[in-house]
Design a protein around this ligand. Structure first.
Ligand SMILES: Cc1ncc(COP(=O)(O)O)c(C=O)c1O
Length: 365
C-alpha cells in the first residue's frame, strides 16, 4: 500500500490521499477530533494566546488556558487535582520518577506499552515481567521474586491498545494490598471510554484505592492532546514537587490545552455520545461474531482485534478493505498485538449504523 496522508481531521469519515474513507483506524473513539467546538477552541486559543508559552509553568508559563483545562479535567475525572504535561507517553515516567522509593520492585505486564517499560527502565529498580493479564502468574512472580523489605509496584495498561483486553486490576490489587504495594496504570485507551462516565478502567471496576496511580492522555478518545495524571491533591502536589519531567519541560501547546478543555466540556454535557459508542461497539461485535471472528468475551472496549484465521490473509484483507473505501489497520509489532498480527478495528461514537454494516458486509465478502 502506498504512503497514506490524512487530509482532514480524523473522524468516522476521513479524507485520505484525496478520497473519503469510512475510517476505523487510530484512537478517536468518541469522535471528538473533528468536533467543531473543539476545533474552534483550538483556533481561538492560538490567535489569542499563541502556540506555546515558551517556558515551563514553573517559570512565567502559567496561562488561563491551563487553569481551564485543569478545572474541566477535575470535573471529568471527579478528582481534586490533575497534572497536565506534554504527552501521555510521559505519564508512567512522571509517576515512577516522582512517586516511588528506592526499595520498590517493579512487576510489569509482559505485554505492557513501551511507555511503562521505558519508565521502569529509567528508574533503575529491579524489574520482573509477569505473564500478560494473568493474576495467577503475577502471584507466582511476587512470591518468588519479591525480597524482604521490598515494596511491589505493578505496572500495566488499563485497556490494551491492540488486543482490546481490560487488565484484571481488582485481582492485582488483592495481591499487592497485603504486601503494601502499588498499582500504576497507563489508561491511555480507557480514558473517555470505560466506566459509567468514561473515567477509565478504575471506574469500570468500581475501584477507588489510594494505592492506585493512573496516567492517561487527551490524545485518544478525549479528542485533545497532552498527558494527564489525576488524583488526590496531596498525592499530586508531592509528585509535582519531585518530578523533573514536569519542572523541565514545556506544557502542551496552548491550542491543544484549549481543545482538550473544550472536548471535556462537550463530553460532560453530552453523555449520549458514550452511550452511542457502546451501542456501536455492540453492533460491530454482534456482526463480527456472526461472521465467525473470535472476539474477546462481552466487553465495552471500542478496540476490536481480529486475529489470523485459516484461509484469511489479514494483510491482503486490509488492502482489499482500503481499496473499497474502508480504512483499518493491520498491526503485528505493537504491544498486545497477537503473534502473527491482527486487524485492529477502532469503533467510534460517530460511526453510523450504515457504516458499521458496510464494514461487516465488506468483511463477509
Ligand atoms: C498504551 C499507550 N500509552 C501511552 C501512549 C502515548 O500517549 P500520547 O500519544 O499521548 O503520548 C500510547 C500511544 O499513543 C499508548 O498506546
Amino acid at each position: 500500500m502506498k504512503k497514506t496522508y490524512l487530509q482532514s481531521p480524523v473522524g468516522a469519515t476521513t479524507l485520505i490521499n484525496g478520497k473519503v474513507y469510512d475510517y476505523f483506524g487510530g484512537c478517536g473513539y468518541l469522535g471528538m477530533q473533528n468536533n467543531a467546538q473543539v476545533l474552534k477552541a483550538a483556533a481561538d486559543a492560538a490567535l489569542q494566546y499563541g502556540v506555546s508559552t515558551a517556558t515551563s509553568r514553573g517559570g512565567l508559563g502559567e496561562s488561563p488556558v491551563y487553569d481551564e483545562l485543569e478545572r474541566q479535567a477535575c470535573a471529568f475525572f471527579d478528582c481534586e487535582k490533575v497534572l497536565y504535561f506534554a504527552s501521555g507517553y510521559l505519564g508512567a515516567a512522571v509517576l515512577t520518577q516522582a512517586d516511588t522509593r528506592p526499595y520498590d520492585h517493579f512487576f510489569i505486564d509482559a505485554d505492557a506499552h513501551f511507555s511503562l517499560w521505558d519508565a521502569a527502565a529509567a528508574s533503575n529498580r529491579v524489574i520482573t515481567p509477569y505473564p500478560h493479564c494473568d493474576p495467577d502468574g503475577l502471584e507466582v512472580c511476587l512470591s518468588r521474586e519479591l525480597q524482604p523489605g521490598e515494596r511491589p509496584i505493578v505496572l500495566t495498561d488499563g485497556l490494551f491498545p491492540i488486543s482490546g483486553e481490560i487488565a484484571p486490576l481488582p485481582a492485582y490489587l488483592e495481591l499487592i494490598r497485603p504486601r503494601h504495594g502499588r498499582l500504576i496504570v497507563d489508561d491511555a485507551h480507557a480514558a473517555g471510554v470505560l466506566g459509567e462516565h468514561g473515567r477509565g478502567t478504575l471506574e469500570y471496576f468500581g475501584m477507588d484505592d489510594e494505592n492506585c496511580r493512573v496516567s492517561a492522555t487527551f490524545n485518544k478518545a478525549l479528542g485533545g492532546f497532552g498527558g494527564v495524571i489525576y488524583g488526590k491533591k496531596s498525592t499530586l502536589e508531592n509528585i509535582e514537587r519531585n518530578s523533573r519531567i514536569l519542572a523541565g519541560s514545556s506544557p502542551p501547546p496552548l491550542p491543544a490545552a484549549a481543545a482538550s478543555a473544550k472536548a471535556l466540556q462537550v463530553l460532560m454535557q453530552d453523555p449520549q455520545r458514550l452511550a452511542q459508542l457502546r451501542a456501536n461497539v455492540q453492533q460491530a461485535r454482534t456482526g463480527l461474531i456472526a461472521l465467525g471472528w473470535d472476539l474477546l468475551p462481552e466487553s465495552p472496549a471500542p478496540i476490536l482485534c481480529l486475529p489470523g484465521r485459516s484461509g484469511v490473509n489479514l494483510f491482503h484483507l486490509r488492502d482489499q478493505l482500503f481499496a473499497g473505501g474502508i480504512a483499518v489497520e493491520f498491526v503485528n509489532s505493537y504491544p498486545s498485538a497477537p503473534a502473527g498480527g491482527a486487524l485492529r478495528l477502532a469503533i467510534f461514537a460517530t460511526h453510523t449504523p450504515a457504516q458499521i454494516k458496510r464494514l461487516l458486509e465488506a468483511l463477509r465478502e
